[in-house]
Design a protein around this ligand. Structure first.
Ligand code: FE2
Ligand code: FE2
Length: 296
């Protein structure tokens, strides 16, 4: 069994320090095998915000935990046009990670991070042909019994967002990216960006998705919440028999505690939702949604 804490959209600069401390306390006590942070480390890519985000990562690592992160659209400077177009991820590489294709491998897991944030698009993500080649290459020789996971900030799919459930934009070059994901045999896709928890079999969303379970994280520590919503992250447990359990760990005002939970089993071609106390049996779990305004 392997346990992954999947945090996203921590947004230092628009964060709640008590929630940050709560997340660190939860991680230190639960000690997952890997802490994934799927982008938007900062609110505006400012140096002071990057320093705080870097210190957060340092404290997690000092507690003896492994981390893997990718940049989000908020990690590219928006208003500093010189930085934005000449050195868009200079501060990310300095304070977070110089490696924009981070890799983690253990006895049970093979995890690759890919940067989908771009200077030319304010919010929407994109995957390059070079990155698709990296996805195919990195997973090629991974032992069959390991769970292969791809981490991006932008989800590869259109997502139902907003109260009316209208679809979001898919990542740029979506169909080619999904072909690479299918060729690589990726089992799980982790992403954030919408500040909304969501888990579903990729095949239910698009035809050529390949054998992937799509898991979206909410915002772990940002204050950009609507009334009634809470900060959250996912605890993902993967098992050798290709079952996965996803628990949403939510902030209750004093601590992070387990909330809704869903189980999925992979039959070689599809992930099927196993019996679970999810509010939407058959579709995985779904916390309170956020709308287009909060998409970031
Ligand atoms: Fe974002
Ligand atoms: Fe965000």
């Amino acid at each position: 069994m392997a346990r992954i804490a999947h945090l996203s959209d921590v947004h230092f600069g628009a964060h709640d320090p008590a929630v940050v401390a709560g997340a660190e306390a939860w991680l230190a006590a639960e000690r997952p095998d890997l802490v994934v942070i799927s982008g938007d480390f900062t609110q505006r890519a400012r140096t002071d915000q990057y320093r705080e985000a870097g210190a957060f990562l340092d404290r997690i690592e000092a507690a003896g935990l492994a981390t893997l992160g990718v940049p989000g659209n908020h990690d590219v400077p928006l208003y500093d046009v010189v930085q934005r177009f000449t050195r868009p991820l200079h501060r990310y590489r300095r304070y977070i990670d110089d490696d924009l294709c981070p890799w983690f491998e253990s006895g049970n897991l093979a995890v690759l991070g890919i940067n989908t944030a771009r200077s030319l698009t304010f919010k929407d993500g994109r995957i390059s042909h070079e990155q698709m080649a990296i996805i195919r290459e990195r997973f090629r020789d991974v032992a069959k019994d390991k769970t292969k996971i791809l981490v991006t900030h932008h989800p590869l799919f259109e997502m139902p967002i907003g109260e009316s459930g209208e679809p979001s934009e898919a990542v740029g070059r979506q169909s080619e990216a999904l072909r690479a994901v299918a060729d690589a045999g990726v089992h799980i896709l982790l992403a954030g960006h919408f500040h909304r928890s969501f888990t579903q079999s990729a095949r239910r969303m698009v035809k050529n998705a390949g054998p992937a379970l799509v898991i979206q994280a909410g915002t772990a520590t940002s204050t950009r919440l609507r009334h009634g919503e809470t900060q959250s992250f996912n605890l993902i447990e993967t098992h050798k028999n290709r079952t996965v359990e996803v628990a949403v760990i939510g902030w209750d005002g004093a601590a992070f505690r387990p909330g809704s939970r869903a189980s999925f089993a992979f039959d070689g071609e599809n992930w099927e939702s196993a019996a679970s106390p999810s509010r939407h049996p058959g579709e995985g779990l779904d916390l309170e949604g956020t709308d287009r305004e909060l998409r970031s």
